[in-house]
Design a protein around this ligand. Sequence first.
Ligand SMILES: *Cc1c(COP(=O)(O)O)cnc(C)c1O
Length: 217
Amino acid sequence: MTTPLAAIRARIAHAVAIARRPANDIALVAVSKTRGVEQIAPLIAEGQRVFGENRVQEADAKWPALQEAHPDLQLHLVGQLQSNKAEEAVRRFDYIHSLDRLSLLTALAKAMDKAGRQVPLFVQVNIGSEAQKGGCAIEALPTLLTEARAAALPVIGLMCVPPADLEAAPFFALLAKLADEHGLPSRSMGMSDDFETAIMLGATHVRVGSALFGERI
Ligand SMILES: *Cc1c(COP(=O)(O)O)cnc(C)c1O
């Protein structure tokens, strides 16, 4: 029987081959928000080790026992982060994809200092310049990156969620171009509906939820 995880892995491998990229260039982040431990455990049993959550509180409720049982798990925060949750986020997560403003930068620097723990960061970019959307404005990116470097924060890449109603590819291309311009090696882009396109355009981290776990209800 082909499991959803095996099917997604095969599709990633296929896209990687077409893109002529090394297979180990792509991390599959299994986005498990709203899913219970009973849905997560089978994926861990199948060998999946990289997971994403979008809320600190939900992760604090679901992950401690799993993380203790599987020290090699990698937990990624893919959702917006409030500055007053920075400390919890730095303790719980191994990667944070949603640095998007100076106030959060300051809070994360303080939290990492206090925890004695460096958590690699992606800067989330509001790639479609949407009014209601999270992420740093493209015009504000240079300043945010300069400040992050000044604070010695480990920024490794950029992340985006393209506008829902438009073709994603141009926005993935734009994110890759911005990452190139700033010398950032990692690109967190592509979800259930478009991860193959994102891989063609340079994604290093694809964030897949519903294609692995089923539609959210
Ligand atoms: C929920 C979520 C995903 C996964 O979306 P699917 O369409 O279910 O694959 C990816 N990234 C972020 C930021 C999310 O919130």
